[in-house]
Design a protein around this ligand. Structure first.
Ligand code: PXG
Length: 461
């Protein structure tokens, strides 16, 4: 580590360019600009190798929920590495961290979710679910029930099955996805619709596209529906209140399994432990990852309902599936320390009653800016839409890169958010203080003004 830290930034960037292939990156673009090297972090701040201090309003990649530098997570990892750095949970083996974490997790989850299968990531969790769902219906004597319904613009991961579940066209185009038996319906994105329906009616109509698809595929062929309670990577798409109750009604009516992908919304982000608690759904599966360890170590998993787990455990014989790092002891120990910290500091309640409402009010007020067409935020997960003209909600031309321009202005002012097209999204750490919210919002107002000026320049000048 010492040797690496001694290298100059230019050396690091040169090595990065020569040897490191990055996820979701256009390498020609990266090599033209050089990578941004983040070298340390503390609280809600990251520091780049140029010494810039940046407020991380994305919690890394939606995961560092307790903020950086939490010593008790480091201590938990160190102690576990000394005690038992690795053992597997295959072939009748187990170890205390996986056992204790599974018990702790089922305490937090809705009452009918009492079994947990561990993985190393959200993608692996969703691949696991595809296999469990199909195995469940095979064991129930309905092997033709293999189709899973998902949604356009969903993100469920990057492995072959998870990317197929996702609804990102750009991912499907590369390598011939989706795999057979996965179909997609509309996302509940009222702002992105023609807005001719009220949000309530639009929510019902969006849910009913699932019912239409069930009828099209054949009710006896549909195994499950998967959705993120709030679509994250797709641009923080908050469904109208009418949406999830109608989805639940449809799943119940046709007897299909409901999968609530909690990889981002799990562990408190919305001011409840899970998105299913916030929206009142009763999922059969909840995949999770990210926030379970606050990203300090990789860990994922799947909550499995009693309805499914009873069949899998009693009828399946061996379920031939698992990962070397399923329930890695060090990751599990860190997850326990992370959850205990969240509980002790009442961070979920803080999002619901304190820092959530405080940020939400200021976020909503940004809507007064002439460049903003919509703002939305639940808990600490929010977005706004950039528009060229507020009255008609007309967007900027794609090649004006309004979202990226605003994101870059924000970054220059020391705040990191993400641009998804012309949406700006944020998901700050749960430990964000009131004054850090003020810093974030002040920088956003300033970036909006600068963006307006620079886009006016690019448009007319
Ligand atoms: N489900 C959801 C809802 C996610 O957001 C995954 C599954 C996959 O998790 P893993 O651990 O395999 O990455 C995710 C991941 C983005 C972005 O651009 C979002 C994710 C990952 C990378 C980038 O917002 N979410």
């Amino acid at each position: 580590m010492a040797a690496l830290n001694k290298r100059s930034l230019t050396d690091l960037q040169e090595m990065d360019k020569s040897h490191h292939l990055h996820p979701f990156t256009d390498h020609k673009e990266l090599h033209a600009q050089r990578s941004r090297v983040i070298s340390r972090a503390e609280g809600v701040y990251i520091f780049d190798a140029d010494g810039n201090k940046i407020l991380d309003a994305m919690s890394g990649l939606w995961c560092v929920n307790v903020g950086y530098g939490q010593q008790e997570l480091v201590d938990a990892a160190t102690a576990q590495m000394q005690e038992l750095p690795y053992y597997n949970s295959f072939f009748q083996c187990s170890h205390p961290p996986a056992i204790e974490l599974a018990a702790l997790l089922q305490d937090l989850s809705p009452p009918h979710l009492n079994r947990i299968f561990f993985t190393g990531s959200g993608s692996e969790s969703n691949d696991t679910i595809v296999r469990m769902v199909r195995t469940y219906w095979d064991l129930m004597g309905q092997p033709e029930r293999h189709t899973i319904i998902s949604r356009d613009n969903a993100y469920h991961g990057s492995t072959v099955a998870a990317a197929s579940l996702g609804g990102m066209q750009s991912m499907h185009k590369q390598s011939g996805l989706p795999i057979p038996g996965i179909v997609h319906v509309a996302q509940p994105y009222w702002y992105g619709s023609d807005q001719s329906l009220s949000p309530h009616d639009f929510g019902i109509a969006a849910a009913r596209t699932i019912e239409d698809k069930i009828k099209e595929v054949g009710a006896d062929k549909v195994a499950a529906f998967i959705g993120e309670p709030i679509q994250g990577a797709g641009g923080v798409i908050v469904p109208p209140d009418s949406y999830w109750p109608e989805v639940q009604r449809i799943c119940d009516e046709y007897g299909i399994l409901l999968i609530s992908d909690e990889v981002i919304t799990g562990f408190g982000r919305l001011g409840e432990w899970f998105g299913a608690d916030h929206f009142g759904t009763r999922p059969d599966f909840m995949p999770f990852a990210k926030g379970v360890t606050s990203g300090y170590l990789p860990l994922g998993g799947v909550f499995v309902s009693d309805r499914v787990a009873d069949v899998l455990t009693e009828k399946a014989g061996e379920f031939a599936h698992g990962y070397t790092y399923s329930g890695h002891p060090v990751s599990c120990a860190v997850a326990m320390a992370n959850i205990k910290l969240i509980q002790r500091e009442n961070l979920v309640g803080r999002i619901k009653n304190d820092i959530g409402p405080y940020l939400q009010e200021k976020w909503r007020a940004l809507g007064e800016h002439s460049l903003i067409g919509d703002t939305r935020m639940v808990g600490l997960m929010g977005a706004f839409e950039i528009v060229k003209e507020k009255s008609s909600l007309q967007r900027f031309e794609e090649d004006q890169n309004a979202g990226a321009t605003l994101r870059d202005h924000l970054l220059q002012d020391g705040v990191c958010m993400r641009a998804v097209g012309d949406k700006i999204i944020c998901a700050p750490p749960f430990v964000l203080s009131h004054s850090e919210v003020d810093t974030m919002i002040e920088a956003t107002w300033k970036a909006l003004d600068l963006t307006k000026a620079s886009l006016a320049g690019s448009q007319y000048g």
